[in-house]
Design a protein around this ligand. Structure first.
Ligand code: BES
Ligand code: MN
Ligand code: ZN
Length: 457
């Protein structure tokens, strides 16, 4: 019979005084209770008896994120008492650390299991973990198997599961229904195929509840179009639907935890490909809104598809409008790959989101919608150019481009995210990643949920 093994957090002091009998073993293992380290302790008969874990200065979501895939495949429990808030974070991080992308390669090795303490908010852990796994799976799946069609199927599957309604507009119907820029970016794939451009439109929730609309950039592969990317820049571009993945994950959390909102999710799903009928540099498009847009660079495609989706989203004046997008390399230069850049036209909303982000270990950093830079988007032939006239502040000028298509009087959040862990960190294996999703959920739950007080986080 296997027993459940205790995980004990210890600091240097506790280690020195509390484990006198094991001092030789501890010394030979070189365990000093440094935060992030751990030591397996045997019993007298040579079985695994307990695990000592270096006590961190503060416990957070990532504290158990590495242990959950490095410990022997046994059953464990937390031997120390934690508040519901901390216990919930520890358990979520444990699960997030156990993610593996197994679609094409089965990894047979078994994983350790953790018995969650009683005060953990199980529903939240399950919802946040399942949503994160969904986001990661969608991003990690290469474009061959994650074309616009597959993204649409993922949304339809979610809709079916939660009793939502999902409408897909595709191909020529995008022209008929006036989504010219979504069509233009996907134009190279206008012949019917899995890559044909489409607009995914999912609705869920009771009419009369506060309205929240999510928009996600769903560029299933970004070659750059005729302004083709170099090899290194193109390599990771299967992740250019990361914004779409993130809003689908967020929608899943909202529906699973039954947040009382009227939810709408809009995902323009396209491939930015090269073909004789690709949109060309210098072409001029007329957006859904009526604005004319000169194509300065076909690689600035995300803002084009988002613009038409944001126009549609804004036509219903939602109480909160959120878009997530792997929009610019410049945002990565500004804040790196591990922090999502936040743009917001409403200080109160931005402050609330930043506080939420801090509370759930899901970092965001606000950048300004600096109005004077709007001049850099001027075009000699059209109302707007899709690229800036200077290389500076590229994530800001991209955000200002989107800003042209929303209603200024309504709160709007724009996240420019990497959607990919470029290195493995505790709880965050290398590969596709949700970045800012749990923070957004927290904001929505706090602002619109009626019984947020009985949740642990
Ligand atoms: N999908 C890219 C942005 C991107 C690149 C995000 C790398 C994350 C990592 C986007 O469509 C793009 O190509 N943007 C260009 C814009 C430029 C042409 C104005 C960029 O950032 O270089
Ligand atoms: Mn691009
Ligand atoms: Zn792109």
């Amino acid at each position: 019979m296997t027993r459940t093994i205790p995980l004990h957090f210890v600091d240097e002091e506790q280690l020195k005084h509390g484990y006198v009998n094991q001092s030789v073993w501890l010394e030979m293992s070189g365990f000093t209770a440094r935060p992030g380290s751990h030591c397996l302790l045997p019993s007298a008969d040579g079985e695994l008896d307990q695990v000592l874990v270096g006590k961190p200065e503060t416990f957070d979501t990532w504290t158990l994120g590495a242990l959950s895939q490095s410990l022997p495949a046994q059953k464990y429990f937390l031997a120390d008492d934690f508040s519901a808030d901390i216990a919930t974070k520890l358990c979520l991080g444990w699960v997030l650390g156990q993610y593996r992308f197994t679609r094409y390669k089965q990894l047979a090795d078994a994983l350790p299991e953790l018995d969650f303490p009683e005060n953990v908010d199980d529903r939240y852990v399950t919802a946040a973990a399942e949503a994160t796994y969904l986001v990661r799976d969608l991003i990690n799946t290469p474009a061959l198997d994650m074309a616009p069609q597959h993204l649409a199927e993922a949304a339809q599957q979610l809709a079916k599961h939660f009793g939502a309604v999902c409408e897909i507009t595709q191909g020529e119907a995008l022209v008929e229904k006036n989504y010219p820029m979504i069509y233009a970016v996907g134009q190279a794939n206008s012949a019917p195929s899995a890559q044909t451009p489409r607009l995914i439109d999912l609705r869920w929730g009771e009419a009369g509840n506060p309205t929240v609309t999510l928009v996600g950039k769903g560029v299933c592969f970004d070659t750059g179009g005729l302004n083709i990317k170099a090899a290194t820049g193109m390599k990771l571009m299967k992740k250019d639907m990361g914004g779409a993945a993130q809003v689908l994950g967020l929608a899943k959390m909202i529906m699973q935890l039954k947040v009382p909102v009227e939810l709408r999710v809009l995902v323009p799903a396209v491939e930015n490909s090269i073909s004789s009928n690709s949109t060309r540099p210098s072409d001029v498009l007329t957006a859904r809104q009526g604005t004319t847009v000169e194509i300065g660079n076909t690689d600035a495609e995300g803002r084009l598809v988002l613009a038409d989706a944001l126009t549609e989203a804004s036509s219903e004046s939602p109480d909160l409008l959120i878009d997530c997008a792997t929009l610019t390399g410049a945002a990565r230069v500004a804040v790196g790959a591990e922090i999502a850049a936040l743009f917001c036209n409403d200080d109160e909303t931005a402050d609330a989101l930043l506080a939420a982000a801090e509370g759930v270990d899901d970092p965001l950093w606000r950048l300004p919608l600096h109005k004077p830079y709007r001049a850099m988007l001027e075009s000699k032939v059209a109302d707007l150019n899709n690229i800036s006239s200077t290389p500076y502040g590229g994530s800001i000028t991209a955000a200002l481009f989107l800003h042209e298509f929303i209603q200024e009087q309504r709160p709007w959040i724009h996240l420019d995210l990497m959607a990919y862990n470029t290195r493995s960190l505790p709880g965050r294996p290398e590969g596709g990643e949700a970045m800012g999703m749990r923070a957004l959920f927290e904001l929505i739950q706090t602002r619109f949920g009626h019984d947020s007080s009985d949740r642990a986080i």
